[in-house]
Write a protein that binds this ligand. Structure first.
Ligand code: SF4
Length: 377
């Protein structure tokens, strides 16, 4: 058995050895043939390009990496940020009682003169609170910037003191010739009677009076006619008729804004009444907005400057710099020419005013310096 196993192993080894030799020779032959026929494919190296030297002719232009310019830009940004932050609500302040109620649940019920300042009496949830300028009201950081008497405090004694102080003209706002409607709109019972009495006291002391009112879709033309009748009876010097501005309470109420047709009707009404009493901001479609005319700017109680009382976009603060420098930057950058109606009533013009205010803020000079590129006129 062992002999048979040894013979088989030898036979297999001879067979394997015979097979291996033949394959290797063939493989070697194939490799030799391939080497003979292979041609290397070498890409030619391109010729080097000829170098043409270029002259640097930008030495005269502004160096974007000038360290001083960067320092100035950073200082300007910091100042603009500081100025913008002054109009942010103060979140660290302790909240006041009336900030716990929505504004429409707070009602003004009276007003007093105390220690030389106006004090308003506001009622909410059955309690009455005394507030002054600087107090807060409502749930959205509503700061009281002005307590206006609406004619409420214009007593005979007050008119006498105003005259002694040199006042020669005074305006009182009346929303409607109907006493109940006026009191309802102003939220103060008895206000109409006090305000109309105020006109009489002004006249008694030789102070010219102006009745301030506004036309809107709800009161044209009958409401205006009634107001003119009232003005005639009171003997006022003039009636200043405003129209709805998309600002303040009407900030997004573009439906309330007067169209060109509405403005035309208001002008016709003025002509129809043939009253020299009535003054309009836009007596013709060509009359320019006073902001566009660069006639004035407005400073609110916090010292912020805006182009006009109805334009809420801040262009600077008199707490940070003199009004003259704010005015010069504003006047030099203002590029609008708006006529016939208020730009706040038109989204594109409003955006232009907002962009203008941002541009004016961005040009605030660095501390202690005046920008050389702002032409002083
Ligand atoms: S923005 Fe012009 S039109 Fe409008 S209220 Fe101001 S001054 Fe008048």
């Amino acid at each position: 058995m062992k002999l048979m196993q040894a013979c088989l192993a030898a036979g297999v080894a001879i067979l394997a050895a015979g097979c291996d030799l033949t394959g290797q020779a063939e493989l070697q032959q194939w490799m030799n043939d391939t080497r003979q026929t292979m041609r290397p494919n070498v890409q030619p190296v391109p010729e080097p390009k000829e170098f043409t030297p270029q002259a640097y002719d930008s030495k005269a232009v502004v160096d974007p990496f000038d360290g001083q310019k960067i320092m100035m830009a950073v200082a300007r940004q910091q100042q603009a940020r500081a100025s913008a932050s002054s109009i942010k609500p103060d979140l660290d302040r302790r909240r006041e009682t009336l900030e716990g109620f929505p504004l429409d649940q707070v009602r003004m019920v009276g007003m007093m003169w105390q220690s030389g300042t106006n004090v308003a009496l506001l009622e909410s949830n059955g309690s009455t609170h005394m507030v002054r300028v600087g107090n807060y009201v409502g749930q959205n950081f509503g700061l009281i910037t002005r307590i206006s008497t609406n004619g409420f405090l214009l007593t005979r004694d007050c008119a006498a003191r105003l005259r002694r102080a040199g006042l020669n003209q005074c305006g009182i706002a009346i929303d409607d010739a109907d006493p109940a409607t006026h009191d309802r709109l102003r939220g103060l019972p008895g206000l109409f009677e006090r305000a109309t009495q105020g006109f009489c006291f002004l006249h008694e002391y030789g102070i010219e009076s102006r009745l301030m009112t506004y036309a809107c879709h709800g009161n044209m033309p009958q409401g205006m006619e009634r107001i003119l009748g009232l003005a005639g009876r009171l003997g006022v010097k003039s009636v200043h008729m405003n129209f709805p501005y998309a600002s303040g309470l009407w900030a997004e109420e573009f439906d309330e804004v007067f169209s060109a047709d509405d403005m035309g009707r208001l002008r016709k009404f003025q002509g129809f009444m043939k009253s020299p009493l009535v003054l309009l901001e836009f007596p013709t479609p060509e009359a320019r907005c006073l902001v566009a005319k660069k006639n004035f700017v407005y400073i609110n109680a916090s010292g912020e400057v805006t182009p006009c009382p109805v334009v809420p976009y801040v262009i600077g603060s008199v707490r940070d710099e003199p009004l003259t420098s704010i005015w010069k930057r504003h006047a030099n950058l203002l590029r609008m020419d708006y006529r016939g109606n208020c730009p706040m009533g038109e989204p594109a013009a409003r955006e232009a005013l907002r962009a203008h205010a941002a541009a004016v803020l961005s040009k605030i000079p660095p501390p202690g310096g005046v920008r050389a590129d702002v032409k002083e006129t």
